[in-house]
Design a protein around this ligand. Structure first.
Ligand code: HEM
Length: 404
């Protein structure tokens, strides 16, 4: 195989220049012509890539696949992901029954009802940030001024982490989700964040407040069910998972709407139900967790007519599943009026995103407010110059200069 062919087979695959919102052309080609096929990873591994909607849902719901990142066949997408996922076992790396126990503990904290009750507070956070933006100079970077602080403030309040410490954990979160060449640095950063959270859990135990870390300190630490260390690890997962994902969706979703002004008009002039529809469609269209859902087969299984052997790695591509014409007619068009809620942007099966109800409320408030408060919002930089970030766990735009 020549170098060009090899690089095409390599996962993650590069997107096409000038098409920042679309999956890599090679991924789309596989979905159309070779829906269950092998790819090559940075470390020489050759896991299976599953690209079609039905197959992705089937595999993610199959109890014969595991998320055990320490299994030799587990597909790590780079050295940092390997160090992170094997170095710290969170909910995401647990199989049943261990996973079931921890998930059951957290599910009541993230119900649709509880998250809906946060809506007025989230609305105030969004309005305050937009007030600040409107009072400040133009153009402004929407990522720094808005997309990052919204989920940061929300997750800090929910967990009970002082927002004044955000500089520290935002930096750690970035180190963990970037394709950092130095896995040791990523692990050290994660260790530092865990130590900070452990100390915070002890403080919450001594002086509980109305927040999730206090609840876990009282219900889990005091009863001997979990150590401060275990609670800190859980806190770290929520802090990191709840932060860059939502920030990425705010930034990239806004960029996608600015690039599709007819759709932006529909969102700005529509009622709250339209904003909710736009959130689902943008989640589908952008599928920002582009390093995909990764698993390893525990037993031999068949999918899409192919036999996957026990011990082989599996990458379930939500990215192409969400562009599958069998599930979404005219999939490459962004259409905020479409019924898109069956997308797999939050995954599927037992590891379905725990924070989805929270992310949905945050994004609904953001898209329902941003264009209404700033109706003339527009990009201040030509598309070609925007720094789209392919090297992180989440695909997004690092800076989005806007004006109005
Ligand atoms: C899991 C996406 C926001 C917490 C996942 C998974 C996806 C995902 C695809 C499944 C991974 C897999 O199957 O391997 C997203 C997106 C978000 C978002 C696109 C924003 C737009 C959040 C928020 C939180 C959160 C706000 C928490 C506050 C989690 C947790 C898991 C998870 C704890 C692990 C669940 C488990 O393994 O049982 N997320 N997420 N996420 N997410 Fe999210």
């Amino acid at each position: 195989m020549d170098d060009d062919q090899a690089s095409k087979r390599r996962f993650p695959m590069a997107r096409a220049a000038g098409r920042p919102f679309d999956p890599a052309p090679e991924l789309l080609r596989r979905a159309a012509e070779d829906p269950v096929s092998r790819v090559k990873l940075w470390d020489g591994g050759t896991p299976w890539l599953i690209t079609r909607y039905e197959d992705v849902r089937t595999i993610l719901a199959d109890p014969r696949v595991s998320v055990d990142a320490t299994h030799p066949g587990f597909p790590h997408t780079n050295a940092v992901s390997k160090a992170r996922d094997t170095g710290m076992k969170t909910l995401m790396q647990m199989d049943a029954p261990e996973h079931t126990v921890q998930r059951r503990l957290l599910t009541p904290e993230f119900t649709v009802r509880k998250m809906a009750a946060l809506r007025p507070r989230i609305q105030r956070i969004v309005d305050d940030l937009l007030d600040g933006m409107l009072d400040g100079p133009k153009p402004v970077d929407l990522v720094a001024a808005f997309a990052l602080p919204v989920p940061s403030l929300v997750i800090c309040e929910l967990l009970g982490v002082p927002y004044t410490d955000r500089g520290f954990f935002q930096e750690v979160a970035r180190t963990l989700v970037m394709d950092e060449p130095d896995p040791e640095r990523a692990l050290a950063a994660s260790e530092e964040l865990n130590a900070y959270l452990e100390e915070l859990v002890l403080r919450k135990n001594a002086e509980p407040a109305e927040d999730l870390l206090s609840t876990l300190a009282i219900e889990q630490f005091r009863t001997g069910a979990m150590s401060p260390r275990e609670i800190a690890t859980l806190g770290q997962l929520l802090l990191v998972a709840g932060h860059d994902t939502t920030a990425g969706m705010i930034a990239l979703g806004t960029a996608a709407l600015l690039a599709n002004p007819d759709q932006l008009d529909l969102v700005r002039d529509g009622d709250p139900a339209r904003a909710a529809g736009a959130v689902e469609e943008l989640l589908r269209y952008l599928s920002i967790t582009h390093t995909e859902a990764r698993r390893v087969a525990r037993e031999d299984l068949e999918i899409g007519g192919r036999l996957i052997r026990a011990g082989e790695g599996i990458i379930a591509a939500k990215n192409t599943a969400n562009r599958d014409p069998a599930a979404f007619p005219d999939p490459d068009t962004v259409d905020v009026r479409r019924e898109a809620r069956h997308h797999v942007a939050f995954g599927h099966g037992r590891h379905l995103c725990l924070g989805a109800p929270l992310a949905r409320v945050e994004l609904q408030v953001v898209y329902g407010t941003l264009f209404r408060r700033i109706p003339t919002l527009k990009a201040a930089t030509p598309w070609e110059e925007l720094p789209f970030d392919e090297n992180a766990v989440f695909y997004t735009v690092r800076e989005l200069p806007v004006t109005w």
